[in-house]
Design a protein around this ligand. Structure first.
Ligand code: WTA
Length: 639
């Protein structure tokens, strides 16, 4: 844990951090000068805890900063180098992207889209996904992108919550050589949702789709649209997007991000963390359906006029060397991926990366989950050839941008495999106990953020109360991210996973409550309890305990039927690795499932003295349930 890697990129800026420490508000105000504003702000931060508004009175547009500003300087620079799963390729310069976005923004306007309208985007990883987002941003519509692996029911919940009047989708997308019929999923998702006025369909895979009165063909809409569309001058706090993420309740939360503050955070972190240069070719493997895709695949790089590589398929398809081939072909200089992907690549062995020319790489990044030190070292040795710093970036959908990470674009800091090092300038983080008291080095506690930051969420869409409750009720004056952490004696942060009922399956956030209500919605399931256990590749995997309704027979296919139901309700990422039938679940008297105990049993760890730990619980019943679970697990192991 203590082996350090004294590498950086030669930067030694001592002023930036100092300024941030002296006065964080003034510091962020200085950073905001890097963007183009139509009107300057009157007040840098209006902080009415727990609601922050940054750059109040300022007028700005995300699409203008990502396109017009770049086109004015360097119109022919490549913006997107797209690689299809089937090997198709597309390239768009900043000028082409600007025109495409303007055309599509005009098309949206022609359908009556106005500032503040919500638009749902359900597209595969194709340039049109970025075009749709930027077109919404251009006219002040609020985009809400849904990961294309989500099922009809998940989409319906999100569309209903956001009351999107337009859905943008494709006829289908490629996934591991097969065609996923996205339009069909949308048809099912929006059945009888009368507020949905139009469905725009991009024809990508050329499968037959049904066109009714609501449907418009993307290609028809843009064909005759004007390539000029002035960007709306929007208030700094105007919502840019809603991104739904799992929390500790059954319903996904709509994390609402603003414009000015969010862009300032992204502009700054992209420069500091990735040390971005005009000549870089940047490749982020995240799907745009997740926040990493929003912040560091789309907005962050585009604000800097960066050339980005976008890949449509799964990272190991059609061959497990796909990522290395792309890096070699496009001479990628910066590669940003997840620990899950790295663990998978590592299992495939060194021969694959060694067979490709990776010498263009100069910086590597990771995000989404804690990275095991041995995987970090493999990344450093085998991919980075011991010359690329690794930025382990900790952040969340809610934080909008990176919060803890090395900043090789500013300073050189020895790296420790598995540690996200320290907060970036302008962020003050701490490890505290239940009462918010700082803990000494080496003690595990909760991460807390002490002051507002520009990328911070505005609220949860339509639910200020929940926003206050989830993030600002544990510690009144500090933001509570829901993560365990520890600081070592050098002040480095070690992120130790979620402290709440959120699972991280292959880096994707899934709430236990969301999964449990998915299971319970199956006709023969009475009760469900879900937890995760460590998994070699995915970091964590799902394990579910189900109580069947009276009289339900355990037919040989029942597990399969339930599994396919949960996949249909949420999506393939919700597939449990293990599923057990039990007659009761360990609960407290008030009906709360004692998940900590489930986890301990599932991992075969000591559960401790349950009578004192959970004094509300009906102890005998708990013991009975625990024994039953243990036996079931043992039995399954023996098999
Ligand atoms: C986890 C992803 C350890 C953490 C950008 C956080 C990490 C959750 C790291 C947010 C990291 C993210 N090291 N854990 N570098 N990055 N996490 O909203 O538990 O999908 O709370 O955002 O991922 O997940 P989300």
């Amino acid at each position: 844990m203590e082996t350090t890697y004294p590498i950086g990129l030669g930067h030694n800026d001592t002023q930036t951090r100092k300024k941030a420490d002296q006065d964080y508000v003034k510091f962020w105000e200085e950073q905001a000068e890097n963007l183009s504003w139509f009107e300057k702000w009157d007040k840098t931060l209006q902080w009415s805890p727990p609601f922050a508004k940054w750059f109040v009175g300022g007028k700005i547009n995300a699409s203008y900063n990502a396109l017009d500003v770049i086109v004015a300087k360097n119109p022919e620079k490549k913006a997107i180098l797209w690689v299809g799963e089937n090997g198709n390729k597309k390239e768009l310069s900043y000028r082409e992207l600007y025109q495409y976005v303007s055309k599509f923004a005009n098309a949206l306007k022609s359908l009556g889209v106005k500032k503040g309208d919500r638009i749902t985007i359900y597209l595969p990883m194709i340039p049109e996904l970025i075009v749709s987002m930027l077109a919404c941003a251009r006219i002040g519509a609020i985009h809400t992108v849904i990961f294309s692996g989500f099922s009809a029911q998940s989409i319906r919940d999100r569309v209903e919550d956001s009351k999107s009047k337009i859905i943008i989708t494709a006829d289908g997308g490629f996934r591991r050589g097969t065609i996923v019929q996205l339009k069909q999923v949308i048809d099912e998702a929006i059945q009888d949702l009368d507020f949905v006025e139009n469905v725009i369909v991009f024809e990508h895979v050329n499968v037959q789709v049904s066109y009714g009165t609501k449907e418009k063909r993307w290609q028809d809409l843009v064909q005759n649209a004007s390539p000029i569309c002035d960007a709306e001058k929007l208030d700094s706090a105007h919502p840019l997007y809603i991104l739904y993420t799992s929390g500790t309740t059954g319903k996904p939360k709509g994390v609402l991000h603003g414009t000015g503050g969010y862009l300032v955070h992204l502009y700054s972190t992209f420069k500091w963390v990735f040390d971005i240069k005009d000549s870089d070719i940047y490749f982020c493997t995240a799907d745009i359906g997740w926040v990493t895709g929003h912040s560091y695949m789309a907005y962050g790089p585009l604000l800097h006029g960066t050339t980005l590589v976008m890949y449509e398929g799964a990272p190991d398809y059609p061959t497990p060397a796909r990522m290395w081939e792309i890096i070699s072909q496009y001479k990628v200089t910066i590669f940003y991926t997840t620990p899950t992907a790295l663990r998978m690549f590592m299992k495939y062995g060194d021969a694959l990366p060694n067979s490709q020319d990776l010498s263009s790489l100069r910086l590597l990044g990771t995000v989404g989950e804690p990275i095991n030190p041995e995987v970090w070292r493999w990344y450093y040795d085998t991919i980075g050839k011991q010359k690329c710093p690794i930025v382990d970036t900790w952040w969340q959908t809610e934080t909008g941008g990176i919060m803890l990470s090395p900043v090789p674009g500013l300073e050189t800091i020895p790296l420790k495999p598995g540690s996200a090092t320290k907060p970036i300038p302008g962020i003050v983080a701490a490890v505290v106990d239940e009462n918010g008291k700082s803990l000494p080095a080496g003690t595990k506690g909760y991460l807390a953020i002490r002051q507002p930051w520009p990328g911070m969420l505005l609220s949860l869409y339509g639910d200020d109360e929940k926003y206050k409750l989830v993030y600002w009720s544990k510690y009144k004056t500090m933001y509570y991210p829901g993560d365990y952490a520890m600081q070592d004696s050098d002040g480095y942060f070690w992120m130790l996973g979620r402290a709440d009922d959120v699972l991280k399956i292959a880096g994707h956030r899934l709430g236990t409550a969301e999964l449990e209500s998915g299971f319970v919605s199956y006709k023969s399931v009475a009760e469900a309890a879900v937890c995760s256990i460590p998994h070699e590749v995915k970091g964590e995997s799902i394990i579910a305990f189900l109580v069947l309704k009276e009289g339900v027979l355990q037919t040989p296919n029942l597990k399969e039927e339930i599994t396919s139901h949960i996949r249909k309700m949420i999506g393939p990422i919700a597939t449990p690795d293990q599923l057990y039938f039990v007659s009761k679940l360990p609960k407290t008297r008030s009906g709360k499932i004692m998940r900590r105990l489930l986890k301990a049993i599932a991992k075969d760890e000591q559960v401790g003295d349950i009578s004192t730990l959970e004094d509300e619980a009906s102890v005998d019943e708990v013991r009975g349930a625990l024994n039953e679970l243990k036996q079931t697990i043992q039995k399954n192991k023996v098999k």
